[in-house]
Design a protein around this ligand. Structure first.
Ligand SMILES: Nc1ncnc2c1ncn2[C@@H]1O[C@H](COP(=O)(O)OP(=O)(O)OP(=O)(O)O)[C@@H](O)[C@H]1O
Length: 479
């Protein structure tokens, strides 16, 4: 059995050009199948095989403890990380506050939804073994992720599918936004299909989720140069590029970029992802001239109207605005109508008549993107903030039959103080907001199959977690 603690951790993150001391973070050891963990509610859970690996821990199949071994049909997974790493901290907070089954069920009922793609939280606790303490969290077990599907589909999704995914994500975002959180890292590798129903999609990885409105008080817009470009570089929002904490409009903007990439194959700035300022400025220019942006993505006669409208709606949002979710839904529904399709709740990954993606505009040849290195840092021994930076694909290591996200060599964070962006600064909204103290954030973890690693999408996310923050820590992780 492979000793996972021996994995090389990524070097420490650099934030705003400041080198940080190398992280001494440890990965969880691999527990044998049959290990029993007891959560804070005194419920016992039994581990099965590991199905994925994140930045700092493993994800295991699991079930309620019983005589039987945990099989491949397990309904739950348990994410385990060394407690001193604190990587689960922010993610766990999100799950405890917003992902309890009764809360989600009652929302679905009141909003007449057949499903809501937020994995349910079933318990958490600390587990001691060999004198060491581990933090764990039990959530729904899911299936394959959409990045894998995207690659299998030749990096394009049918238009009908994209619009339906957009509709499902609007439901999810409306829910998490209503529960004071933004996700801030929406992308195909963070979308997973249900393990039992291929038509259900779930948004995972709340390690970067940010509590933008604690107790109903929206955070103020404030640019922090140390936090520039948080998220996954190609999709992250203009707010994040400028170092402002994510808000609801950030999620809508990220969703827009994801849908565009799924439709046309690649975003105009994808050839220079190693240059965050270039990516930021490209996004700003695109927002200033959305029509031209669409021209860069699509051939003229096949430009989907709904995407232009979607991005115009995003542009109209102020920092503290609540997005008009129904308006966004109408825009996507109109797109479905224009291809004589309906939202039948079936997620079809292969092209069918009338549902093709518009031809992508030819782009210049792709450049190789340098790997971004990451590290992490811990603060006060507990929660950690993460900073993720997108990087290009790499070969995944397979350990013990489990794929492990490649840990890249650290890339230098651009030391700049970002130039003023051409775009006017976002209108501030009047709500007061306390100064934010960065909070630690937990990092994410793995993917199932043999054992699949965290993000197989070759991308990293730069993240700083600030939810409950008391002191900011930046952790870079490979995905
Ligand atoms: N609910 C789940 N059910 C089944 N497999 C899962 C589930 N959640 C995660 N996985 C698997 O574990 C992998 C890692 O999950 P997770 O997203 O928590 O870590 P990560 O985000 O990759 O880690 P990091 O943020 O440190 O990079 C996923 O890629 C997926 O393969």
């Amino acid at each position: 059995m492979l000793n996972i603690t021996s994995f090389q951790m990524p070097p420490k993150a650099k934030a705003a050009g400041k080198a940080r001391a190398p992280a001494k973070r440890k990965l969880a050891e691999e527990f044998p199948p049959g290990e029993v963990l007891t959560d804070t509610g005194k419920k016992s859970w039994k581990l099965g095989s590991p199905v994925g690996q994140g930045g700092f821990g493993l994800i295991y199949l699991a079930d309620v403890n019983s005589e039987k071994p945990v099989g491949a049909d397990a309904r739950y997974v348990i994410k385990v990380e060394p407690s001193e790493n604190g990587p689960l901290f922010s993610e766990l907070k999100f799950y405890m506050r917003a992902a309890k089954a009764d809360l989600i069920e009652s929302w679905m009922k009141s909003h007449k939804l057949k499903n809501l793609g937020v994995p349910r939280y079933w318990g958490s606790g600390l587990h001691e073994k060999g004198g060491k303490k581990y933090r764990f969290m039990v959530i729904d077990r899911l299936g394959t992720d959409l990045q894998k599907k995207f690659e299998e589909c030749g990096k394009k999704f049918p238009r009908k599918l994209v619009l339906q995914l957009g509709l499902r994500l609007l439901d999810i975002l409306e829910y998490i936004h209503d529960h004071e959180y933004v996700h801030a890292d929406i992308k195909a590798s963070n979308l997973m299909l249900s393990n039992s129903d291929p038509n259900r999609v779930y948004l995972v990885d709340y390690g970067l989720a940010y509590r933008y409105s604690p107790d109903g008080v929206h955070k103020e817009y404030k640019e922090d140069p140390k936090r520039c470009h948080d998220g996954t570089i190609e999709f992250t929002s203009i707010d994040a590029h400028k170092g402002a904490a994510a808000c609801r409009r950030s999620d809508m903007e990220i969703l827009g970029y994801c849908m565009l990439q799924w439709l046309c194959g690649r975003l105009p700035w994808e050839d220079k992802l190693q240059d965050p300022l270039y990516v930021r400025d490209s996004k700003i220019r695109s927002q200033e001239n959305i029509s031209e942006f669409m021209t860069k993505c699509f051939s003229s006669q096949d430009r989907p109207d709904e995407m232009q409208k979607f991005m115009e709606e995003v542009k109209a949002l102020s920092y503290q605005d609540k997005p008009p979710y129904d308006k966004f839904r109408s825009i996507l529904q109109a797109g479905l109508k224009s291809i004589q399709a309906k939202d039948d709740s079936k997620l079809e990954f292969t092209l069918t008549n009338g549902a093709e993606s518009p031809p992508a505009k030819k782009t210049t040849k792709r450049r190789k993107v340098a790997d971004e290195g990451e590290g992490d840092e811990e603060i006060d021994g507990t929660p950690i903030k993460k900073k993720r930076v997108t990087k290009k694909k790499e070969t995944e290591d397979v350990i013990n039959g489990v794929k492990k996200s490649p840990k890249k060599a650290p890339k230098k964070a651009p030391k700049k103080s970002p130039k003023k962006s051409p775009k006017k600064s976002p209108k501030k909204s009047p709500k007061k907001s306390p100064k934010e103290t960065l909070k630690k954030t937990p990092t994410k973890s793995p993917k199932p199959k043999g054992l699949s690693t965290g993000k197989r999408s070759n991308r990293k996310t730069t993240q700083v977690d600030m939810s409950t923050q008391t002191s900011p820590a930046f952790v870079q992780r490979s995905r």
